[in-house]
Design a binder for this molecule. Structure first.
Ligand SMILES: Nc1nc2c(c(=O)[nH]1)N[C@@H](CN(C=O)c1ccc(C(=O)N[C@@H](CCC(=O)O)C(=O)O)cc1)CN2
Length: 289
């Protein structure tokens, strides 16, 4: 068996073209959505992701507001920019690029954000709304994974899903999405304390590998025909991306997301979707109420 590709690049392009039409409709009503980003420090990966987010904005007609601080910035300096973005009327939604430098209290920064402008869906109020099944911006990578599976016709309803990794942007939040009635999956969250990860993975119809551990998921861990999503990003000596999924998994899986070209572009597309949805909600034309 050679797995079919869960093509994030092509799917994100289709979503962006749908969003372009929605942004045009907003602009026709005098509403200009604007995405703000706060990048702290000089991590090359983070710089690249933020640059990609602003390129996407330009493509779909969303305005860009870019704020940068050096890696030496204090908690107070970071919080001052967050307050500015909360107040800036041109910024209809924004993100704080993660991770923040060591020594910064990330939760305090996220909690200071205006939840109505939280384009990442990571503010505690919005994560709480997700738990309560109330309308909220959804965390971008989990939402991108759900959309990628849906648009490729992979069944989620009733599926056993094994997630590897308990980080805030993916592992901890994806279970909240996938166990909603609308998705209806059964989710097992594996982490470094899990006794027999292989046993959980072998039971899964869908595997989400988000541990940041190169080639952690190997062919012998995967049930033939399963869908495997490779979210982890590590870099080799040449700076190339190495995912969490061993390339030989393609011989066993039914579906596989490439890395790069899978979940990354979907993360960016769903960020734009959150910005557009928030602007639509504010303009009284929202889909999500
Ligand atoms: N505030 C946030 N911080 C972080 C998030 C997040 O959702 N919100 N997720 C990740 C990084 N991330 C988004 O910020 C992200 C990761 C990867 C990509 C992407 O498009 N990757 C490309 C490859 C790019 C490359 O060559 O390096 C791909 O997969 O094809 C976009 C966004 C952590 N931080």
């Amino acid at each position: 068996m050679t797995a079919q590709i869960l093509d994030g690049k092509a799917t994100a392009a289709a979503i962006k073209s749908e969003l372009t039409a929605r942004v045009e409709a907003l602009r026709a009503r005098g509403v200009q959505p604007g995405l703000g980003t706060l990048l702290v420090g000089d991590d090359v990966g983070s710089q690249k992701y933020v640059a990609g987010k602003h390129r996407d904005c330009a493509q779909v007609g969303i305005a860009s507001i870019q704020r940068e601080l050096p890696g030496t910035a204090s908690q107070e300096e970071i919080e001052a920019v967050v307050r500015e973005l909360n107040e800036d009327p041109a910024c209809t939604g924004y993100i704080v690029q993660l991770p923040l430098p060591r020594g910064i209290d990330t939760n305090r920064v996220l909690e200071l954000m205006d939840p109505a402008k939280d384009a990442d869906g990571l503010h505690p109020t919005n994560l709480g709304r997700l738990v309560l099944n109330e309308p909220a911006p959804l965390p971008c990578t989990p939402n991108g994974i759900v959309e990628l599976l849906r648009r490729h016709g992979v069944a989620i309803d009733g599926a056993n899903v094994a997630v590897v990794g308990r980080g805030i942007t993916v592992g901890r939040s994806i279970g909240l999405l996938l166990t909603r009635r609308s998705e209806n999956a059964t989710v097992t969250l594996c982490h470094t304390g899990t006794r027999d990860m292989a046993a959980h993975l072998r039971e899964a119809d869908i595997v989400v590998a988000a541990a940041g551990s190169p080639h952690l998921v190997r062919p012998e861990h995967v049930r033939p025909g399963a869908a495997v999503l490779d979210v982890g990003v590590s870099r080799n000596a040449e700076g190339r991306i190495v995912g969490d999924v061993h390339p030989d998994v393609a011989e066993v899986a039914g579906w596989l997301s490439p890395n790069p070209g899978g979940v990354g572009p979907m993360t960016r597309a769903m960020l734009l979707a959150n910005v557009v949805e928030a602007a639509e909600r504010a303009a009284g034309t929202g889909r999500a109420g």
